[in-house]
Write a new protein. Structure first.
Length: 728
């Protein structure tokens, strides 16, 4: 009797046993359709056994094994099992959440790929005979004329309507379709890259060191100032991996960074197929790209944190760009760190991993100075020098529109010289809050412990946490007075002020609101590169990885707001953010200047930023953390609870703390407290911090604690466990 142990997407920390006489060890990792409760569902075979703890009378049989679907490899399952165990999350949801939605539903495509060629009737059609407005038809017909056989997936990516046009071509008999098996993995080659730039001595040394470790586990930190050419080092070692017949995984923190880096990599390696994996893809695109990586056809995978689980049989190199970014940490469900899992994956595959940043996270930097990771440093900018940074003391200045006279004067000089400038403010909307000047009422969200942000152009107030929105009231809801007005600045208000100061300037606002549509950001990038924009106003979307050669001035507004944050990582994050923003200026021959408006120009953070001495500032912060007993000197987990009432959530955590203290005295269990934002989307939230100086002891405690908490029902509160939390 053979028993298949199946992982199913249900929040239970167990596998489910089914009769499966027609399976063997080769079927581990395959998708199966199984009966579950009153329906059938899709699962993954994780193990094959000869016996089960479930009584034979209760065992059901597998409906079918989906042998036409891509199967997970043993390496894939190994990584997913580690993630489930380390983050104390159910294995079924971990596995099913890591694969494309089409696979989870069993609605996969056959592994064969469809390609198209012109029929005799199609070859007789002249492109000029097609309507001038039928641009997609013209492009597809031109592509088919230029090649004997064109991959259907590539043609489908030309335009949103391309697949419909292909169906119409087929209906008219203009094209023939053929099915092809996926390409075999690329063999090692002598040279597949387009001509590369000449590396500097620093870049060459870093690349040579990494290349020397291509066949063993070796974690590297590529610590380079903004504009020092980290990307060129990446490209150089990717070339070596490709020539060795290995795949490369590149992780980036933001979707906005993907198109630029994607174009750079495609141009350098035109013969190596590259696919992207991120949340902006639709289900079909994600499955197609995941499958291309899984079968080895895609040699380079570029993606955000979800790509950390991408199935890659020939993986030989992992690169994590902007490794310090908090976006690599998942905030719900399986609360994993893609950066940390990438390190684990590199160890499992015995391959090198490169963590790149101008401002490494303190945890990563600590691993470097303690000898666990090898530090590679790029100190010099490739084009131009690092911009001059100065602070504008605004303590005694009244700034009705948030912009100081000195900053406005510098912007006027940029306009005269035909140079671009950027105003950075990390708040979208017109103003963070609406104030009643008669009674002091503030526009609060009734579902969250947050304010409703004024969006003047849409005449709406919105909560940026839960999505609630309402019209701007004509009078104060509290006292009835009509003395309502905006308080503070957001990107929209800064944009409006700049249009008044510089009526002839071409101003472009870039934030989550203006880039909501899928093609918006690429179009904006082209405008910036073509010098069709004089002044940029934006949030942190503009802070990371972008190269604007004509940008000479960066003005930073409202930076002090993060200094008031009680989070232990606030200073580290602010330094990293301001360094990234400052790095946008002066990246070509134009000298760069950065002006920071602040009430505290002598603050140690701003002094360190002006001196560009991250290493010294990091050592100062690490010493503060050592004295205070914070990561990386301790390891933490956060038990979160939410309920309709705060007292209910706190009561659950009191009970959980009592259970934890009965289990172990080797960890520190703090008292429950309300979350930093106690109410979110109508739910009250509280949290309980657990920490230990030993990761091993903390993990052993969490395993037993999680099992005890899972076995005891508490219907009035929902709870979750966050290991290595970044947000409190």
């Amino acid at each position: 009797m053979k028993i298949a142990r199946v992982a199913i997407d249900v929040p239970l920390n167990r596998l489910f046993d089914y009769y499966a006489d027609d399976v063997d060890a080769d079927d581990i990792g395959r998708l199966v359709e199984v009966p579950f409760r009153s329906k059938t569902t899709i699962g993954v075979i994780v193990d094959i056994s000869q016996q089960s703890d479930v009584p034979r009378a209760r065992l059901k049989s597998i409906v079918r094994v989906l042998r036409d679907a891509p199967a997970l490899t043993s390496a894939d399952l190994h990584l997913m099992k580690f993630a489930a165990e380390y983050y104390h999350f159910a294995l079924g949801p971990t596995i099913m959440g890591a694969i494309p939605a089409l696979l989870r539903r069993g609605a996969f495509f056959n592994s064969e790929r469809v390609a198209f060629s012109l029929s005799a009737a199609g070859a007789a059609i002249a492109i000029e005979d097609l309507p001038s407005r039928a641009s997609v038809q013209r492009r597809l017909l031109g592509l088919l004329r230029a090649s004997d056989c064109v991959d259907g997936e590539a043609m489908g990516n030309i335009a949103p309507t391309a697949r419909l046009v292909l169906k119409e071509f087929e209906r008219r008999g203009w094209i023939n379709s053929v099915r092809r098996s996926p390409q075999a993995p690329h063999a090692p080659c002598d040279q597949r890259a387009a001509p590369a730039v000449v590396l500097t001595a620093e870049q060459s040394a870093a690349a040579a060191t990494i290349r020397g470790a291509l066949h063993r586990f070796a974690p590297f930190i590529l610590f380079g100032v903004t504009g020092s050419g980290k990307t060129e080092v990446y490209l150089n070692i990717i070339d070596s991996a490709l020539c060795a017949g290995r795949q490369t995984l590149i992780l980036v923190p933001e979707i906005a960074l993907t198109p630029q880096l994607e174009n750079t990599v495609r141009n350098r390696f035109p013969d190596a197929r590259l696919v992207t994996l991120h949340s902006a893809l639709n289900e079909t695109e994600r499955f197609a790209n995941w499958r291309a990586a899984h079968c080895g056809e895609a040699r380079i995978v570029l993606g955000t944190r979800l790509a950390a689980f991408a199935s890659m049989p020939d993986l030989g190199l992992i690169i994590v760009d902007e490794e310090h970014d908090a976006s690599f940490k998942q905030s719900d469900g399986l609360r994993y760190s893609a950066r940390d899992l990438a390190v684990v994956r590199a160890r499992q595959h015995h391959i090198p991993i490169v963590l790149g940043s101008a401002t490494p996270s303190l945890e990563t930097y600590y691993n470097a100075i303690s000898g666990r990771y090898q530090l590679l440093t790029l100190r010099q900018r490739i084009n131009g020098s690092f911009p001059h940074i100065d602070c504008i003391n605004t303590r005694d200045e009244r700034l009705p529109d948030g912009l100081s006279p000195r900053l406005l004067g510098k912007m006027a000089l940029c306009l005269e010289r035909g140079e671009q400038s950027l105003i950075f403010i990390n708040r979208r909307g017109f103003a963070p809050v609406v104030l009643c000047r008669a009674c002091g009422w503030l526009s609060g969200c009734h579902r969250c412990s947050a304010h409703l942000v004024l969006h003047q152009a849409e005449r709406r107030m919105r909560c940026h946490h839960c999505g609630h929105e309402s019209p701007i009231p004509a009078a104060c809801p509290h006292c009835g007075a009509q003395e309502l007005g905006p308080l503070g600045q957001g990107t929209q208000r800064i944009e409006a002020a700049l249009r008044e100061h510089f009526p002839g300037a071409r101003i472009l606002r870039i934030d989550r609101d203006s880039t909501r549509r899928k093609p918006a950001w690429p179009a904006m990038r082209r405008e910036i590169e073509n010098r069709a924009v004089d002044i940029l106003v934006g949030t942190q979307i503009l802070a990371k990885g972008h190269d604007f050669p004509h940008l000479s001035l960066v003005g930073i507004v409202n930076a002090d707001s993060l200094l008031y944050n009680s989070d232990v990582r606030a200073s580290e994050r602010l330094y990293a953010l301001l360094t990234q923003v400052a790095g946008r200026a002066g990246r070509a021959q134009t000298a760069g200047e950065v002006l920071i408006q602040t009430d505290f120009p002598n603050h140690p953070l701003y002094r360190a930023l002006k001196e560009q001495d991250f290493a010294e500032y990091a050592r100062t912060l690490l010493e503060e953390r050592r004295q205070g007993g914070f990561p990386p000197y301790v390891h933490q987990a956060l038990l979160r609870a939410e309920a309709t009432k705060l007292d209910t959530a706190l009561a659950y955590l009191v009970r959980a703390a009592r259970i934890g203290r009965d289990l172990s005295t080797h960890v520190t269990i703090y008292d429950p407290v309300p979350a930093a934002m106690p109410r979110l989307a109508g739910r009250e939230r509280a949290q309980l911090l657990v920490q230990s100086r030993s990761r091993t002891r903390l993990q052993a405690f969490l395993k037993g604690w999680n099992a005890r908490l899972s076995s005891k029902a508490w219907r009035r509160a929902r709870w979750s466990l966050d290991v290595d939390p970044l947000e409190f």
